[in-house]
Design a binder for this molecule. Sequence first.
Ligand code: NCD
Length: 317
Amino acid sequence: MRHLLSTRDLGHDEAVAILDVAEDMADVADREVRKLPTLRGKTVVNLFFEDSTRTRISFEAAAKRLSADVINFSAKGSSVSKGESLKDTAQTLAAIGADAVVIRHGASGAPAVLADSGWIDAAIVNAGDGTHEHPTQALLDAFTIRRRIHGSAARAKALDGVSVTIVGDILHSRVARSNVWLLSSLGAAVTLVAPATLLPIGVTEWPASVGYSLDAALAKRPDVVMMLRIQSERMHDAFFPNAHEYSREWGLGDERLRTLAADSIVMHPGPMNRGLEISSGAADSPRSTVLEQVANGVSVRMAVLYLVLSGMKEGQS
Ligand code: NCD
């Protein structure tokens, strides 16, 4: 694997292979010394043009556990978001000797621009681009679901027949998009639920079914309920009447939580708006995988950095 830009172009077998490498990496986390020498001498740059806490520290922890050198470059607040400046930044990082660039950018497609530009020869990993994709988030979500379902026998397995309902701000969510592509290629049945104003044009062509009523979707007793954050920073308009109405219709509150099937799980990529899309009761319940997702994120990002830097052999990607 040369770069990781999206899950849309990951095939079933390649996705399972990445999750299996992540299982190996998770084993390292259980050891007394949680470090591998694998990426010694490699330089990983975290290039973040948008705010982030968990994704950035997760990539940092992952790179460090593999003994890479890590440089954190927070471009927020500077005027580097236009083409020419991205070129200058990329050339600077190339001159520094970056082997991998983990990029988060407000513009959809920025990681692909970097990968195709010729400005820098490093492996590019998309850590979230605009409303487009967030592939490592989807991989860690799939990893978390697979572990909850198959336990220690998860290796080599996909998600055939698993029902996943993704709820909320689909319109602005790169997490939803990456999950729809990945979960469907792993064999899961994905349902999207949102107010009509928060569903993108063309959603009916995605490999997912679409509904507007959360209660109707939960009545089908999905295995997984994934709540999305309302992305207020990307909303320049009113997409729903008010927060109270949103949480009444589309929030996972304590009452709805009680109706879920016995082994079903509740996911959220974070950061959560407690009381809006998810209640504290749901976020902190034993069904919630929120903190497992964070822990698994490190293993999955270790796998991705390992694969792009020392990699799957040509032809396997
Ligand atoms: C997600 C993101 O940034 O897209 N968060 C994350 O990576 N932890 C989801 C979100 O911000 O809502």
